[in-house]
Design a protein around this ligand. Structure first.
Ligand SMILES: [Zn+2]
Ligand SMILES: [Zn+2]
Length: 147
């Protein structure tokens, strides 16, 4: 996993690059309004501009929508646009989201879809819970949470 956004085949517009970079800087999933707040200085004014850029970035596989949080994350592995079924593990304590893809789950869903004549266009699995760090915080309690 490289922190830099890899070059990809899509030409990004200025707004798309701004949104992607802003998202890559976020530690946790961000809503379109959070992104807009961070991008006002760059000249973005309307939520619509952010949504339009996000739509394209999602289409290109560079960004995922986390449905249950109504937020967006930069893809953890943007080099692999076709990684199939994406699973998100969402910590409800700190808000951190881990992304991975799992072929076994994907095969199951595809098998079921085939059996039921269901044409799947996309699927995502979102697990909510507590991450290892929040579940077993370091013994020292002095560090304040947040900024
Ligand atoms: Zn991804
Ligand atoms: Zn956590």
């Amino acid at each position: 996993m490289s922190p830099s956004v890899k070059l990809h085949s899509h030409e990004l517009t200025k707004h798309q690059s701004l949104v992607l970079n802003a998202l890559a800087r976020e530690e946790n999933p961000a809503s379109a309004y959070t992104l807009l707040d961070h991008l006002r200085a760059e000249g973005l004014r309307a939520p619509q501009q952010v949504y339009r850029a996000l739509d394209k970035l999602i289409e290109y596989g560079l960004v995922h929508r986390v449905e249950t949080l109504n937020s967006f994350v930069a893809c953890a592995h943007p080099h692999d646009h076709r990684h199939g079924l994406v699973v998100f593990a969402i910590c409800d304590q700190c808000g951190q989201v881990e992304e991975f893809s799992d072929q076994a789950i994907e095969r199951r869903l595809k098998g079921w879809s085939k059996d039921h004549a269901f044409r799947m266009s996309k699927a995502s699995v979102e697990m909510h819970g507590t991450c290892g760090r929040c579940d077993h915080p370091p013994a020292v309690e002095s560090a304040p949470h947040g900024l």
